[in-house]
Design a protein. Sequence first.
Length: 116
Amino acid sequence: MTRYHFHAADGATLRDSEGEELPDIDAAKAVAPDVMAALLPMKRHEFWRRKMLSVSVTDETGRLVAVITATAPWTLSPKLMWRPKTEIRPGRGPAPGTDGAAFRNTRRTTAPAGPG
């Protein structure tokens, strides 16, 4: 069995000096997301301030075998924050039981044609 180390980095590196004995690289890769999941609650303030947290996996010789990284967006696009006022079913209009106002407002892209 090989000893694998799980180092965390959020701008500063937290080195895992103990490591964990695992049968192979695939087992180490399987443990890396669990390490990330355990670290995120503890490092949540640093994560949102620095927008990144990563876990690097090295073997007992120091060779890098895997990296898992979580990132947060620097800014949110207005498109990501938009939510329709009513459920819009593609090609069929608003869902039954809704007033359809949001659907009508999103469908009109130009002013209605006037007489003549």
